[in-house]
Each structure stands twice: as structure tokens, then as C-alpha cells.
Design a protein around this ligand. Structure first.
Ligand code: GDP
Ligand code: GDP
Length: 452
């Protein structure tokens, strides 16, 4: 039994597009005409680390857009009743319509778990307009773009949390996130990997080296068009890997012809969808502003990162190259202290076999949870070693902390006026946490929860 997730919303908000992206069918049939009849579609998807059945209700709404006629209500109601979780979609671009409001109040009446998605929220205006959806009384809207992939990292996380928290924990027992790094689970579930870096760093060459002889490129799927390309393979550790930045493969469907030069947009989309990002550097050039920017984006998205120091075969002074990189990392990427660097040559394949084990290792750290007891012993110790500073003449009282989530590791700190904790003290806690619990190279989040 897998959890069922239904996508609901009025016509044309992007339900099918969302369904396609979540099930990995990038390009299936979307249509601009409202109310185009389609059957209720179901598909398997992997969302937030869980296998789920996704139900697309697009096409159930054959009706003037501002009413909820009987037929649609009946079909939607079936979908709703059978679902463990609802993704309710509105269109951030067009704004809310009376039928969104009608739909929302109908949903509220049923009192089922709902995640509100403001779709088409790509770009700044889209994201801003998505806030309007607060009005629906279904909680905070999550801005996403089914077409561009924005917000999908958050969507995956949110779904995972909701399934776990209040929906269907009994259905998840087999697949608890905390145990994902056990041998068995690893084999079943592909690790979502992005290969990022500036043009010519050697991303395509590296991908080919990773795929080796075992190249397994699926797609386009039957009945679908153009760019439905998924790249999945089994690495030397025996685990499955799925390349997420297929947007980068769009124009050239065949991998050996090279990844499309990644635009910032495509890089961000890949970072949002992945779990671990491999940042490919040209060792002859070192790490420059452009590389740092990508690394910081990865950090911002909370992704684990491994650096592939490529073209190692062509480096003349290896010591200098190594030192140069160390210096840049220390000076400019302190947020990811201890990041793993794997020198390799994608072209000769020397050292490539060390990359995936390094990825697995950082992935395991990124997944790690610290039990609350242990965490609070660490916390007391941290406070003793270095007292929280005075703010406005008063010492902040920090009481305890919890770790509400991993992927990336996130600690929540509770205390009186905790939210006023200065930046350098936060940094102290984050660094100490990372050192104590052995999470080098992993972005760590800190949430401060003031109590009064
Ligand atoms: P449905 O009727 O709710 O299933 O909506 P569709 O998935 O068929 O999408 C309706 C229209 O919205 C299509 O033209 C899509 O290309 C477009 N669309 C879907 N998602 C997005 C998005 O994230 N951004 C933008 N700009 N358009 C989108
Ligand atoms: P991308 O733009 O990041 O996908 O980079 P490519 O994979 O297309 O590689 C860019 C250039 O670097 C090509 O000419 C490759 O042959 C070369 N290249 C890639 N990996 C290596 C390597 O390990 N050593 C050397 N010497 N050249 C490499």
C-alpha cells in the first residue's frame, strides 16, 4: 500500500504539468484549452523519498470555470476520499478566481490534509503573486513552477513531512527517511544527483565516465514526445543514481553529445531537485567567482555538495592546485566547511571511481538525524563553552533544541527572544554542530524559535 496523493484544482492551473513533472514524464500532453477532457490519470512517483501513487484529476472539470457542477464534484470527491494527501493547485499568474474560492471552501469542509500550491510562480512577480493564495484559508501557499521546476525541492520536503506527520505514517513504515542510508534502501531508491559547473568544466565527459559501459538511458517514454529523458544507472557501490538535471539534456537527447551549457535557471532547477550536487571544476583554472556562485546556490538550496576537481591529468603543479583550492574554500565557502574534493580525470577516468563513494558518504551525513537527548547534551555543552551574548544588555536564555528534520540537517533552538541571536553566535553553533556530529561539507540550518 502506497500513500495516494491527488492533484486538485480548477482547469488550466497546471495540474497535468505538475503530474508530469512529479512522475517524471516531462512533456506529456498539456493543453491550453480549459476543460479538455482527459481521463483521470494515475502514476507512480517518488516524492520526498517516498513511493506514492499520484492522481491527476485534470479533465474532471468539464464545466464553466466558475461553478462546480455535480459531475465534477462527484469525481473530485472520489479522488479526494481516496487520497491521503491533496495537492490543491491555483494559478499565481492569473490570480484567484471565484472557482478557486469555491473549490477551497469545499476542501476546507472536508477537512483533509492539503498542501496549497501556487503554480506558475516562476520569476519574481510570480513568487510575489503567489502570496495572494493565503486568502484561501488553506495555510501558506508554496510557490512552484511545474514548467520550470522551481520550488520542487520544497514541495518534496513538504510532502515528506506531511505524509509523516499527519497523513499516513503507517504507510511509510517501510521507507522511513531516517533509515534511507541502510544498504537495502539504498539499492531500491535512486539517489538524485545533479552535475553542475560552468561550461567546459567537463560535466558531459564526467557523466559519460560515470555511466561507463553500463549506460542506461531511458526515454522518451512511449506515447510521449521530445525531451522525456531520464538517466539512471547503478554505481560501483551498488546503489542507483538518477541524474536530475535532464533539462540540461533537453536539446541533445543523446548524452554523449554533451550537456547543454547550463544557464543559471537550469542550474537552480537542478539544485532544487537533487539531493547531492557534484560541482565540476577545471583544476587548471581553479575556483572562480562563477564556481563559487554555483556552490553558494547549492548551499542556499540546502544540498550536499562534492567537488570534482576535473582535468587532474593536465595539471602541472598539483600541490599548488590543491592549495589554491583550499585557500578559496576556506576564505569564501566557510558555510560548507570540510567539503569533499575528489581530484579526477573524466577524460582518462582516473579517480572517477572515487567520486560516487564520496557522494554516498556526504549523502549519508546529509540524511543524518541526531537523537534529541544527545543533541541537548551537545547544546548545553556548547552554551557552557561559549555563553550566548548580551543583547540590549540582557543575556539571551536559550533553553533547548530539537532536530525537526534532516536533508539538510536542521536544528531548531527554543528560548526567550531566541530570534535575536546574533549571526556570529549562530555560526559558532552551526560549526560546532557540524564538527561534533561529523557532517563536513553539509549545509546546516538553524531555526530560532522565540518563546515569551
Ligand atoms: P490543467 O488543466 O490544470 O491540467 O493544466 P495544464 O497542466 O494542462 O496546464 C495549463 C496551461 O498552463 C498549459 O498551457 C501549461 O503549459 C501552462 N503551465 C503549466 N504550468 C505552468 C507554469 O509553471 N508556468 C507557466 N507559465 N505555465 C504553466
Ligand atoms: P561541459 O561543458 O562541462 O559539459 O564540458 P565537456 O565535458 O564538454 O568538456 C569540455 C572540454 O574539456 C572537452 O574538450 C573535454 O575533452 C575536456 N575535458 C573533459 N574532461 C577532461 C579531463 O579530465 N582532462 C582533460 N585534459 N580534458 C578534459
Amino acid at each position: 500500500m502506497k500513500p495516494r496523493i491527488a492533484i486538485l484544482g480548477r482547469p488550466n492551473v497546471g495540474k497535468s504539468s505538475l503530474f508530469n513533472r512529479l512522475t517524471g514524464r516531462r512533456t506529456a500532453i498539456v493543453d491550453d484549452t480549459p476543460g479538455v477532457t482527459r481521463d483521470r490519470k494515475e502514476g507512480d512517483a517518488r516524492i520526498g523519498g517516498h513511493d506514492v501513487v499520484l492522481v491527476d484529476t485534470a479533465g474532471l472539470e468539464e464545466a464553466p470555470p466558475d461553478t462546480i457542477p455535480g459531475r465534477m464534484r462527484a469525481s473530485s470527491e472520489t479522488a479526494l476520499r481516496e487520497a491521503d494527501l491533496i495537492l490543491f493547485v491555483v494559478d499565481a499568474r492569473s490570480g484567484l478566481t471565484p472557482s478557486d474560492h469555491a473549490f477551497a471552501s469545499w476542501l476546507r469542509k472536508h477537512n483533509r490534509p492539503v498542501i496549497l500550491l501556487a503554480n506558475k510562480a516562476e520569476g519574481r512577480t510570480g513568487a510575489a503573486r503567489s502570496l495572494e493564495a493565503y486568502e484561501l484559508g488553506l495555510g501558506a501557499p508554496l510557490p512552484v513552477s511545474a514548467e520550470h521546476g522551481d520550488g520542487f525541492g520544497e514541495l518534496h520536503d513538504e510532502v515528506a513531512e506531511r505524509l509523516k506527520a499527519d497523513v499516513a505514517p503507517h504507510l511509510l513504515e517501510e521507507d522511513d527517511e531516517e533509515e534511507l542510508d541502510t544498504e537495502e534502501k539504498r539499492r531500491r531508491r535512486p539517489l538524485r544527483l545533479a552535475i553542475v559547473g560552468r561550461p567546459n568544466a567537463g560535466k558531459s565527459t564526467l557523466l559519460n565516465a560515470l555511466l561507463g559501459e553500463e549506460r542506461m538511458i531511458t526515454g522518451p517514454e512511449p506515447g510521449l514526445t521530445r525531451d522525456a529523458v531520464a538517466v539512471e544507472w547503478t554505481d560501483e557501490t551498488g546503489g542507483k543514481v538518477r541524474l536530475v538535471d535532464t533539462a540540461g539534456l533537453r536539446k541533445k537527447a543523446r548524452v554523449h553529445e554533451g550537456l547543454e551549457q547550463m544557464s543559471t535557471g537550469a542550474t537552480i532547477a537542478a539544485l532544487k531537485e537533487c539531493e547531492v550536487a557534484v560541482l565540476v571544476l577545471d583544476a587548471n583554472l581553479g575556483m572562480d567567482e562563477q564556481d563559487l556562485r554555483i556552490a553558494r546556490l547549492a548551499e542556499r538550496e540546502g544540498r550536499a555538495v562534492v567537488i570534482a576537481l576535473n582535468k587532474w591529468d593536465a595539471v602541472e603543479d598539483r600541490n599548488a592546485a590543491r592549495r589554491g583550492l583550499e585557500d578559496v574554500l576556506t576564505a569564501s565557502l566557510a558555510q560548507m566547511r570540510g567539503i569533499t574534493v575528489v581530484p579526477l580525470s573524466a577524460a582518462t577516468r582516473k579517480g572517477v571511481d572515487r567520486l560516487m563513494p564520496a557522494v554516498r558518504e556526504v549523502y549519508a551525513r546529509w540524511n543524518k538525524r541526531v537523537p534529541t537527548g544527545e543533541l541537548n547534551r551537545w547544546f548545553e555543552n556548547a552554551l557552557t563553552r561559549h555563553q550566548p551574548p548580551l543583547v540590549g544588555g540582557k543575556r539571551l536564555k536559550l533553553r533547548y533544541c530539537t532536530m525537526p528534520k534532516a536533508r539538510p540537517p536542521t536544528i531548531a533552538i527554543f528560548g526567550t527572544r531566541a530570534e535575536l541571536l546574533p549571526e556570529d553566535y549562530r555560526r559558532y553553533l552551526v560549526n560546532l554542530f557540524r564538527d561534533t556530529f561529523d557532517m563536513p561539507g553539509v549545509p546546516v540550518r538553524i531555526n530560532l524559535r522565540g518563546t515569551t
